[in-house]
Design a protein around this ligand. Structure first.
Ligand code: ADP
Length: 344
């Protein structure tokens, strides 16, 4: 009987998200454990104790949900402090209300395209936005945002970001020599990332969007451990191989307690110029299905679009080029969703 109750407790708990990390309370997320004895359920939630007041409502609802389980006589929920809150103060300092990492398991899936267009989208909603290109293997923000100048140093010996389409931009490509062999880049990334936070005059920002290098390497871990990341957004194409890589990235963020704000499917379909029909070239709803399985928010899909590619590669993001067309409107809606999620 106790085992049955225990299993139901774990099933019910996944319906509730930790209000601080936004992760569901589940065994996989290591943020809940429970003991049941003689119908008395003792639940332990690992939470961020900097924000205990945030949990009041969730605790009440979780408790009343567990009380419904047949055989449960009493429910006691205790909060324990999680590792994130025990961590020392973050080393990377920046005056940004939200820091969001855009990540993907592999390259070429549209991570930079998304980062650039939502940065301009958030700016168009009236926010102060910074865009940090941390993709050491292929920094593309300068090209996509049309900035080519090297940033200058101010009197405080800090680099001044280059402003393009109203967004403050800084790229690791300005710090790490483009010609440097790839093998040197990994070890350079931690130092370079620190410089891109502490050595840049970002000023006050509502959003700092970070275009991460693909994969699950040093940059992700450094950022997760050294900066106050609000969360990450995972970009994937519908193919299986990209999804497998994306899942590895998701697991890495979970391990270091970085909330996953959502998944986006890029290159979902192609609308034919002639017949105006949507062609799902790879598969249908691949990323959405995976997001549902992993209990991660699905933020939406982006089709394959010639103008999106052309505008990105020419340095004028599509969203700037013509904000009233369908694709730019999609990015505005992504930007609105991101603002809503982070305001929760
Ligand atoms: P990543 O940052 O994941 O390496 P990019 O954003 O640099 O990927 O995109 C790779 C290439 O694909 C770029 O040339 C970009 O313009 C193009 N691209 C990305 N998304 C789309 C899309 N939805 N439709 C058409 N081209 C796209």
């Amino acid at each position: 009987m106790s085992d049955q109750i225990l299993s139901l407790i774990y099933t019910f708990s996944t319906k509730f998200n930790d209000p601080s990390t936004k992760l569901p309370f589940s065994k996989e997320n290591n943020n809940i454990s429970a003991i049941v004895k003689d119908g008395n359920a003792n639940i332990f939630l690992e939470v961020n104790n900097d924000n205990v007041s945030l949990y009041k409502d969730t605790l009440k609802k979780l408790k009343s949900s567990i009380q419904q389980i047949p055989g449960v006589l009493s429910v006691n929920i205790a909060l324990t402090s999680n590792k994130a809150s025990k961590k020392q103060e973050k080393k990377f300092k920046i005056d940004a209300k939200n820091i969001i990492a855009i990540a993907s398991g592999k390259g070429g899936v549209g991570k930079s395209t998304f980062a650039v267009n939502i940065s301009v989208g958030l700016k168009s909603l009236g926010f102060k936005v910074g865009l940090l290109d941390a993709d050491i293997y292929g920094p593309s923000v300068p090209r996509m945002m049309g900035v080519s100048k090297k940033p200058e140093m101010n009197e405080n010996k800090k680099l001044v970001p280059l402003v393009s389409h109203g967004v403050k931009c800084m790229s690791i490509g300005f710090i790490i020599d483009n010609e440097a062999p790839t093998i040197w880049r990994g070890p350079m990334v931690m130092k370079a990332l620190e410089q891109m936070f502490n050595g840049v005059e970002w000023g006050e920002l509502d959003f700092l969007i970070i275009d991460l290098p693909p994969g699950t390497g040093d940059a992700q871990l450094t950022l997760a451990q050294s900066s106050k990341l609000s969360g990450s957004i995972i970009i994937s194409t519908p193919q299986d191989v990209a999804l497998t890589d994306a899942k590895k990235g998701i697991n890495m963020f979970k391990k270091v307690n970085v909330p996953i704000l959502g998944m986006v499917e890029n290159m979902s379909y192609f609308t034919c110029d002639k017949c105006n029909e949507k062609h799902y070239i790879f598969s249908t709803n691949g990323v959405k299905k995976e997001a549902d399985k992993l209990k991660i928010r699905f933020l939406g899909e982006i089709p394959i679009d010639k103008t999106l590619r052309k505008q990105s590669d020419e340095g004028t993001p599509y969203i700037v080029h013509n904000p009233n067309e369908d694709i730019p409107k999609m990015f505005i809606s992504f930007a609105k969703k991101i603002n809503e999620i982070t305001a929760d």
